[in-house]
Design a protein around this ligand. Structure first.
Ligand code: AMP
Length: 190
């Protein structure tokens, strides 16, 4: 399978759909949020830095994230295709990803955008707070993450559009319907 960038607001289901895509197409999966949470759990210096940003609902600096992404990517088995979940989140990160993959003679692949209304996003994140206890899933931090998403990440959709990579899927109230639409598209790439 080609590389896939899964894109959407906090709570849009990037992690959930990534897991399903990974199972179906036997791909690698990089979730930058998971990488950072593992560092926090391990009590590393990077974890301490990450926590100060995550708890505020802010993005980590691009240079740091680009470095983390390249290291994680280079540690993955090659040839299977990778799903990028939570990266890129800024135009600078997208440009860096493009360059990193070009240097390795790998293709950027496609971008899968999940469009979900804000009421559903908020309900999901508050529910996840109860189920998974993520520290940044409280109402105050969620509002900040939405604001950061609109200001810094959403404009990237246009960047992908210009690259001819953007494929949009809109939530219509049912996970299996959404997943079916995503699979129908990805099956055409195999
Ligand atoms: P996520 O699990 O993808 O929602 O990420 C949780 C938090 O980790 C985000 O709110 C950011 O603080 C941080 N984070 C994850 N990925 C990135 C990234 N690509 N750039 C900057 N910060 C990130």
């Amino acid at each position: 399978m080609k590389n896939i960038i899964i894109f959407g607001a906090p709570g849009s289901g990037k992690g959930t759909y990534s897991d399903e895509i990974v199972k179906r197409y036997n791909m690698g999966h990089i979730s930058t949020g998971d990488v950072l949470r593992a560092e926090i759990k391990g009590g590393t210096e990077l974890g301490k830095t990450a926590k100060s940003y995550i708890d505020q609902g802010q993005l980590l600096p691009d240079s740091l994230m680009i470095d983390i992404l390249a290291k994680t990517y280079d540690a993955m088995p090659t040839g299977q295709g990778v799903i990028f979940d939570g990266f890129p989140r800024t135009i600078a990160q997208a440009e860096a990803l493009k360059q990193m993959l070009a240097e390795r003679k790998h293709d950027m692949g496609v971008m899968v955008e999940l469009i979900v209304d804000e009421e559903t996003l908020l309900a999901r994140l508050l529910n996840r707070a109860i189920e998974q206890g993520r520290a940044d899933d409280n109402e105050e931090t969620i509002k900040k993450r939405f604001a950061v998403y609109h200001a810094q990440t959403e404009p990237l959709a246009e960047w992908f559009e210009k690259e001819g990579m953007r494929h949009t899927f809109t939530w219509k109230g049912d996970k299996d319907v959404m997943l079916g639409e995503i699979f129908a598209y990805l099956d055409t790439l195999k």
